[in-house]
Write a protein that binds this ligand. Sequence first.
Ligand code: NAD
Length: 362
Amino acid sequence: MAERKLGVLIHGAGWVSTQHIAAFGANPNTEVVAISSLTEADARNRAEESGLDVACYDDYEAALAHEGVDIVSVCTPQHIHADNTIAAAGAGKHIAIEKPAAMTLDEMRAMRDAIGTAGVKTIVSFVLRWNPMFQNCKSLIAGGELGEIYSVETDYQSYQGDWWGGYEQGRRLDTGGSAMLVAGCHAIDTLRWFSAPGEFDAATPVEVFACAGGKRKGTTRQYNPITGQWHEGAPLEYDGLEIALVRFDNGVLGKVSVNFECIQPYTFPVSIFGDAGTIRDNRIYSHENPEQGGWREIPGICPGSSDVTHHPFQAQMDHFVECIVGDVESHCNFENAIATHEIALAAQECYRTNRPVSLPII
Ligand SMILES: NC(=O)c1ccc[n+]([C@@H]2O[C@H](COP(=O)([O-])OP(=O)(O)OC[C@H]3O[C@@H](n4cnc5c(N)ncnc54)[C@H](O)[C@@H]3O)[C@@H](O)[C@H]2O)c1
């Protein structure tokens, strides 16, 4: 237990902030002490809905100067994450950064410099590393149940549309970037996570080749997977389908895709191939279990929804607070998350050149 509770500033009072507020509120070592957003009214509404009587700001610099702020949760749209992070680091705050952490390589370089100079702790919100079923898969890999991993496949399949509050920024080239960057980065990060044998390691990519396609870019007819209805809506400015092949430095080959075009509920399929067994979603195959056709169910909650209330933010933030209190780096800190973003940004380079890209590029 820390001597006093660490104070948290929530910046960006939208959908995902509800879960950051709940998680930091429930952690015994932290409390939310301020909320800032585009308007003070937004911040105030979020505070009231969360049952908090805290200071509310529409001025980020003033909020950073609020007394007792130790941690900043950057929950704004992705195109301002870099500026928000650099300012928080400059103010000496530890930072939880929503994904994607940045839009460009230059932004990532500037963020790395600012975080390094400040010496603050960071976590990038690849929250699926704390999904209970994925944690069980990772333990099975680390325990050698699959033998040596040689291939992993992950897919983010979700029809992103105006049912999502962040869609207006997310759908645009300048503020969303690409399907891989804005949401498929979860699948990329999971690919790296399962491609490394260690319980707290994510694999390092050395080469990427990607293709983009689909039919949705520029079209206004939009599906809502929650209501099952079609309507007119603002178009995606980038391709809705991307498929990338990734070679890791440990020899593992990965295939990762993002699909914003699929007419179906959200799914996040995963396949992990080792030389002694296979995991497909929540089932593990072992040649040692012929009585059930070789497949056994892996216990744990699957990543079956894109709703933020379904994501394990509590476990992620508990881990982050533990890192701050214990003065250790998270396995999911900004430095580690760079490689996940490099894959999404290298994919964009492939679309321009039609050639594979060698990594690192940052
Ligand atoms: N880790 C996850 O699983 C997960 C889930 C959902 C969203 N996200 C990410 O979180 C971020 C926010 O997404 P969201 O769904 O909450 O979006 P949202 O649109 O619901 O919320 C964004 C909030 O930021 C505020 N804002 C916008 N511009 C601002 C500015 N210049 N200064 C201050 N505040 C500003 C908006 O008013 C809004 O309150 C996105 O980057 C998104 O990709 C991550």
